[in-house]
Write a protein that binds this ligand. Structure first.
Ligand SMILES: [Zn+2]
Length: 455
């Protein structure tokens, strides 16, 4: 297990640009696409109140409808689902598909905002992104919209946002449900991935203070760590974080570092409180296939988790939480992420689409040959202990099991065929190969059923 030293840095006070210009259109060099009030179009409730309070659900509906009616050539709104309390879960699709391209044909980026309802900054950045792209005259962004697709789910958990809770109205954490798909909200995201095949997915979160202090960065990022993710998908996700997101954040005066689950070493305590470095190690949990970044990685998308810091006052408690300045900073840091993602897709979009599209064939061939183990635990920074090597060639389900799981199998695009009386077989030789054992094998930590492995 790799050891990491967490260095307690001096907090970056304020969020002014440090002036390290990138050789890119300034609107894309890790900066907001357009500053609030700078461009045309409606304003969010958050903007109207200058950051004093978050955009309400009703304001979100009105705002998106206004943008869509003003720019029908650029933006199409779709209701993906209704939550258990009846709130619409909306998708904003911008760019090529509105002009007639079919879903999955163009390089596609998806922003999943605030699936933890009490982490609202990503949603504000997502709403502003929709408006700014719909109204932009920036030549690079116009080109992006001509050639690519940008999808935004501004409120991936509308009930949780309205109630300011992490879970949905049934108190389920959606971000552990992206394999099993028990919630309406996770099913909506899975359907998007199946139908639009995004190459890059940004999952926008926030992190709060903890005792002891584990993180002190403005932004944290992480790629899919699950060991069954296609290697090229994994490597490109990691390089987006290290070669785009991190330098773009730094160029704008925000600190950014890798997210993980840290275990604090023996010198935690008074020394830590006085600012002395502590030894930490990354521990298990990073490969969890129920988490969005891993689950979408298993579906061949570059799944990136981002967390913005809820407070900069990490040692002394939540002193600045709730102020307009604090909330504006959090949203501005999330806007660096959305801009960095667009810069990446402008520069790498076609190449990344080749990587994510071709992962389907690579995983199908792996499943056919049966020469790559299945990992039921571990992560790219943690040795696995439960491994099927050689892997099964497929799984046999009873027709009852297959019927109970039909919706989930469909949403993960898992093909199956009748193979005998009362029996259905799922072959590993298909694009969904990495998902199949985690969902169907009793060795999977989050398996939905215990099907019979076929050798
Ligand atoms: Zn979260």
């Amino acid at each position: 297990m790799p050891k990491t030293v967490l260095t307690r840095r001096r907090f970056l006070q304020g969020s002014g640009a440090v002036g390290a210009a990138l050789s890119l259109p300034f609107t894309l060099a890790g900066r907001p696409v357009a500053a609030p009030g700078e461009g045309d179009g409606p304003r969010t409730g958050f903007e109207e109140r200058e950051g004093a309070s978050w955009t309400t659900h009703d304001e979100e509906l009105g705002f998106l409808a206004d943008v869509a009616s003003a720019r029908p050539d650029r933006l199409r709104l779709t209701e993906l689902a209704r939550t258990s309390t009846g709130r619409p879960l909306q998708l904003a699709a911008l760019g090529a598909p509105v002009a007639g391209a079919l879903a999955g044909e163009t390089p596609t980026t998806l922003f999943v905002c605030s699936q933890h309802g009490n982490e609202p900054a990503g949603r504000e950045a997502g709403l502003k992104l929709v408006r700014d792209l719909a109204f932009t005259e920036d030549p690079a962004l116009r080109r992006l919209l001509d050639e690519q697709t940008v999808l935004v789910v501004p409120a991936a958990n509308p009930d949780g946002r309205a109630a300011n809770t992490r879970g949905n109205a049934d108190r389920v954490d959606i971000n552990r449900d992206h394999l099993n798909l028990a919630t309406t909200e996770a099913r909506a995201i899975a359907r998007l991935i199946r139908d639009w095949a995004p190459s890059l997915i940004l999952d926008l979160h926030e992190y709060g203070p903890s005792a002891p202090v584990l993180y002190d960065d403005d932004l944290l990022y992480l790629w899919p760590r699950n060991l069954n993710v296609d290697q090229a998908v994994h490597d490109n996700a990691k390089s987006f974080c290290l070669e785009y997101l991190r330098p773009d954040a730094h160029a704008q005066g925000y600190s950014a570092d890798e997210y993980g689950l840290y275990k604090v070493g023996p010198n935690v305590g008074p020394a830590h409180d006085l600012g002395v470095d502590v030894q930490v190690a990354q521990v298990a949990g990073n490969g969890d296939e129920g988490i969005c970044r891993n689950a979408v990685g298993l579906r061949h998308a570059l799944g990136i988790l981002v967390e913005s810091a809820v407070t900069q006052n990490l040692t002394n408690g939540p002193g600045d939480i709730g102020t307009a300045g604090n909330q504006t900073r959090r949203v501005a840091s999330q806007e660096v992420v959305t801009a960095s993602a667009l810069r990446y897709m402008l520069e790498q979009g076609e190449a990344v689409k080749l990587v994510t599209d071709s992962a389907r064939g690579r995983k199908t061939r792996e499943g056919l040959r049966g020469d790559v183990p299945v990992y039921f635990d571990g992560a790219d920074n943690e040795a696995p202990t439960v491994v099927a090597d050689p892997p099964p060639s497929g799984y046999r389900l009873t027709s009852t099991q297959a019927a109970e799981l039909a919706g989930t199998l469909d949403l993960h695009a898992i093909e199956r065929r009748p193979s005998g009386p009362g029996e259905v077989t799922v072959s590993m030789a298909q694009p969904a190969e990495p998902v199949i054992p985690l969902l169907l094998d009793a060795r999977g930590k989050r398996h939905s059923t215990a099907a019979t492995p076929v050798d």
